[in-house]
Design a protein around this ligand. Structure first.
Ligand SMILES: *Cc1c(COP(=O)(O)O)cnc(C)c1O
Length: 553
């Protein structure tokens, strides 16, 4: 029996389609972009809904004083097509008009973007779609109302049929409230009937294993904004608790939910086990990456060819491109014959960008003689002073080791691409278990850039220690495995991970790189072979159809 594939409408705050199309901030957006690109490649019917950000995510440059500073240019794009459609969302009792654009580039991915920057919205409301993650409180809620409520209304006006509404992260949850409202007001259902029918249509992907990352809003504010539509506070509390937690509400409104790696599935199940009447089981669908975007063609061909020389020479070509890029950006000339480590992450304390510098008495001599070279990149959130300090410390390190440590400002997709194909090693050392998945390591692995990583996120699913990359600590621990106050536990975990990092780097990575080039190339090949299919967005999409989009039995 031929079954028809469900039609999916995919909601996300951000999309990373191309470097200069500044409507993304990081991993979530890159994933969403890769999801849509892959759907297009495979001829699947997935429509994306998002926001046309006027200023996008902040640009971050390093001032002469070594501090990150932010800039907010206004963007205009010439590849957006008018749909002729506008929808109205009532926010703070005012009608806010949202113009609907169709993105007309990147092989014509099916993406529609909402935009409030219109004269009829007046000064205030025209800025709702101003900055991605720039604001909190009322402004964030207004943005989420545009995405969720405006998104559903746009689908109706565009006459796009939808079987499954996929919320990629909790930001989209007001779309669920809109679906309930439609059924009550337009189809005459009771609240209970409407909730039940809506649950049949929604699937939800959670991405945030850190409690504070799961957004909450007080009910009085949701009422003031009009985000509850006509639902009562009791009904809203029943969905999202008090305060209203976007993830909890999404879990309750969804028929299926998933985390983004197998380890993250376990973490998410534990984290949300108290949520009554949530989607039955949180599934695990490990992220994947869009290979044509992220894997260098020269490496794909080299691995097909399979000879040691071809793989090594192609890698050196790609590495030289990166070295040229760094020279253009920073004026520093790195050495193509010395080990080059890449580390690019949002500047957040748990990612521990500085970990490798902790003990100068151990690491100093390798950085002094350039046996280890490191390129860093990553932005701090504009309102996050701790994150900015992390960037400042990294910039200080570039002054300490001007020939072997580099910081590339304003991390974006171009820098991400250059680094994940041109380095020798991709380093990742977050505190476990806080990385939901991570996709930069997958990009690296497919390009033959060897991962040296804590066994967190996706890496436990791929790592064969010493064969296709390395684990930092083959017996990984979390702060819970130590004793003392919370701070003491974290300190002990950091010490444990640091020792393991130095051990693997100095005793295994360096000798292999400098003394056993054949083995290194063998590992590059294994790295590519183990990941090219398994962590492709194509495989990921198949799992979404199987576990999430397929109609319930
Ligand atoms: C791939 C990518 C990410 C996601 O990487 P993580 O592994 O989650 O850190 C973020 N930003 C950019 C620019 C990327 O290219």
């Amino acid at each position: 029996m031929a079954t028809k594939k469900p039609k999916v409408s995919y909601f996300c705050m951000e999309y990373g389609l191309e470097s200069d199309f500044n409507i993304y901030s990081g991993g979530l957006g890159i994933l969403a972009g890769d999801h849509l690109k892959t759907a297009k490649d495979q001829g699947e019917s997935i429509i994306g809904l998002g926001i046309l950000w006027k200023q996008g995510y902040h640009k971050q440059e390093i001032g002469k004083d070594g501090r990150p500073r932010n800039a907010y240019p206004i963007y205009e794009y010439d590849f957006l097509k008018e749909t002729g459609i506008k929808v109205k969302v009532k926010i703070r009792q005012r009608d806010v008009y949202c113009k609907v654009w169709k993105v007309d580039c990147f092989n014509n991915v099916d993406l529609y973007l909402l935009d409030t920057d219109l004269p009829e919205n007046g000064g205030g409301d025209s800025w709702i779609t101003g900055q991605l993650y720039g604001w909190f409180g009322e402004e964030r809620i207004a943005q989420e109302m545009v995405l969720g409520i405006g998104g559903v209304k746009a689908l109706r006006k565009l006459d796009i049929e939808t079987d499954v509404y996929h919320f990629n992260e909790g930001h989209a949850v007001f779309a669920g409230i809109e679906l309930i409202r439609e059924k009550m007001e337009e189809e005459g259902m009771s609240y209970e009937e409407a909730v039940e029918a809506t649950q049949e249509e929604i699937v939800f992907t959670t991405h945030t294993p850190i409690k504070q990352g799961n957004e909450e809003h007080p009910h009085h504010r949701l009422r003031y904004m009009g985000a509850n539509q006509n639902l009562t506070t009791e009904q809203m509390v029943a969905l999202g608790g008090a305060p209203f937690n976007m993830t909890v509400a999404a879990l309750k409104l969804a028929r299926n939910a998933n985390g983004v790696a197998q380890l993250h599935k376990e973490t998410a199940r534990e984290m949300w086990k108290h949520v009554d009447k949530a989607a039955p089981q949180i599934e695990g669908i490990t992220n994947g990456v869009h290979r044509p975007t992220w894997v260098d063609e020269r490496m794909v061909n080299a691995f097909k060819d399979g000879s040691t020389e071809k793989v090594w020479n192609s890698h050196q070509d790609v590495k030289r491109d990166l070295i040229d890029y760094v020279e253009e950006q920073n004026g520093v000339t790195l050495d193509e014959d010395k080990l080059l480590i890449g580390f690019a992450r949002r500047a957040a304390p748990y990612k521990r960008s500085n970990l490798i510098f902790t003990k100068p008495e151990v690491i100093d001599k390798y950085l002094e003689d350039g046996k280890i070279q490191i390129i860093f990149s990553g932005k701090a959130h504009p309102l996050d002073d701790t994150g900015k300090e992390i960037v400042e410390r990294l910039v200080e390190m570039t002054e300490e080791y001007p020939e072997s440590v580099v910081f590339i400002e304003d991390y974006d997709m171009t820098t991400g691409k250059m680094l994940t194909r041109g380095c020798d090693v991709w380093l990742n050392n977050p505190r476990r278990p806080k990385e939901a998945s991570g996709t930069s390591g997958m990009k690296a692995a497919m390009n033959g850039v060897l991962n040296v990583s804590i066994l967190d996120g996706w890496w436990p699913e791929a790592c064969r220690h010493g064969e296709n990359g390395w684990a930092i600590g083959t017996e990984p621990k979390t702060a819970q495995d130590f004793t003392g106050t919370y701070d003491e536990r974290v300190e002990k975990l950091d010490e444990y991970d640091l020792k393991n990092l130095y051990d693997v780097l100095l005793d295994e990575v360096l000798p292999t790189y400098y003394e056993q080039q054949d083995k290194w190339v063998k590992m590059m090949t294994e790295s590519h072979d183990d990941t090219y299919e398994k962590f492709s967005a194509k495989r990921m999409l198949e799992h979404y159809y199987e576990l999430m989009y397929a109609p319930a039995e």
